[in-house]
Design a binder for this molecule. Structure first.
Ligand SMILES: Cc1ncc(COP(=O)(O)O)c(C=O)c1O
Length: 409
């Protein structure tokens, strides 16, 4: 059989073309070095505000977090240097895991080197032939990849449509041994939430396990930032597996699994992404642990984030911008009608000192390109008013629609 594409480089070129490389020809909004951009702006007396970082409570640069990282670096070195099972275990690991468990109100927590990996390895490890995974169609790619990697069957239900989930379970539950329902708590691209009390009732009725990915809701939802369970009054012990990440509110890097002790203990000795991968660095586990202390001590940060996100939503609506189903917490999309328009809008904001990357082609439905904003407790009211103003003013609508862009005075 003749093959027209011979080299991997040719194949890569073609695939990148199909993935939307042409969008980047005029202006590339990706891989912006935000530290350099901030530094340059400050040196030139210009504005630079990023809405691209999920440091929801603004603790990444907190002096106590930096001090904890430095201290761990001095005492324990940079890396864990082995799988925790066989030499990579450090005192910072169990300190963080115990604190997280008590913060979340669960029996036990296990941390891994990446939030993404956490979903992939947990789902693919637990779900086998004769099992099924029912997942929201807008689930994060790590959940989808975990389901793909599992030998179980996957069934997608329409986004946040629990009637649809129920009807699928009604038809199909009987065909499988174990069934896992996987959802996000606060969806990372749309900023909306699942109806958790109803989902718990459904999973009990159909005898399923439930995985809730709280990546974007810890520190964001609930009076004390404990996530969707606190926000909805659901006992976290009713959720079979809460997964989360250290890269957002905890300003660090890594993922975690929270649940009943028998579950985390089984996974501690068998989960491939844990057993066959290095333990998280003592530096970042110490940083995340201190970030968690700050979340609990400085609760004004949670309140400030809430205020900022609600203000953003209100102003965006006043300006006639489309925020989709976002509830007005940490994640806020502004939807556009096509990819080029979205890139132009991002460029227009950047020219005025606001970094908001466009999201299109990858990670969202093709017909729903958007600017995706992460709100933070560190944003000032003027940052929020400023960015909405730039998208709202009629003359800027023209700029946003793709005409040549220059900085407004
Ligand atoms: C819902 C969700 N789960 C998991 C992850 C992966 O987390 P990490 O970036 O810490 O690997 C993300 C990343 O943004 C996410 O949005």
């Amino acid at each position: 059989m003749a093959h027209r594409i011979k080299s991997l480089a040719d194949y890569a070129n073609r695939r990148f073309g199909l993935a939307g490389k042409a969008y980047l020809e005029q202006y590339n909004p990706f891989f912006v070095e935000t530290d350099t951009a901030r530094h340059d702006a400050q040196a030139n007396g210009r504005n630079f505000v990023s809405f691209a970082n999920y440091d929801y409570l603004g603790v990444s640069g907190h002096p106590a977090v930096k001090a904890a990282a430095l201290n761990a670096l001095e005492e324990q070195g940079v890396g864990a240097l082995a799988s925790r099972l066989v030499g990579g275990q450090r005192s910072t690991h169990h300190v963080l895991e115990d604190k997280l468990a008590s913060f979340l109100g669960v029996e036990s927590v296990l941390t891994l080197v990446s939030g993404y990996l956490t979903n992939v390895t947990a789902i693919s490890h637990m779900m086998n032939t004769h099992d099924a995974i029912f997942l929201d169609e807008l689930s994060h790619n790590s959940i989808i990849s975990g389901a793909k990697a599992a030998s179980a069957t996957s069934h997608f239900f329409q986004h946040n449509d629990l009637d649809h989930l129920e009807s699928l379970l009604e038809q199909k539950r009987g065909s499988y041994r174990h069934v896992l329902i996987a959802v996000e708590s606060l969806y990372s691209m749309d900023g909306d939430i699942v109806d958790l009390p109803r989902l718990v009732e459904i999973k009990d009725r159909y005898n399923c396990w439930l995985l809730v990915d709280e990546a974007h809701s810890i520190g964001v939802l609930g009076q004390d930032g404990r996530g969707l369970c606190e926000h909805t009054g659901v006992d976290p012990n009713q959720i079979d597996l809460i997964v989360g990440t250290l890269s957002k509110t905890f300003a660090s890097c890594g993922g975690f699994i929270a649940g009943k002790k028998p579950v985390t203990e089984w996974l501690r000795y068998t989960l491939p992404g844990f057993v066959f991968s290095v333990g998280i660095s003592p530096v970042i586990s110490a940083a995340a642990s201190t970030a968690l202390d700050i979340v609990q001590k400085e609760t004004w940060r949670i309140e400030k984030l809430r205020h900022n996100a609600e203000l953003f939503l209100e102003l965006a609506h006043e300006a006639g911008l489309d925020t989709g189903p976002a509830i007005g917490r940490g994640v806020m999309p502004i939807l556009f009608s096509d990819g080029l328009e979205t890139v132009a809008a991002s460029r227009h904001l950047m020219a005025n000192g606001y970094y908001v990357p466009p999201i299109f082609q990858i990670g969202v439905p093709k017909n729903q390109p958007r600017l995706r904003f992460f709100l933070s407790a560190t944003h000032r009211e003027e940052d929020i008013r400023g960015v909405i103003n730039l998208l709202a003013r009629p003359q800027n609508q023209a700029l946003v629609k793709g005409e040549p862009v220059s900085a407004t005075p």
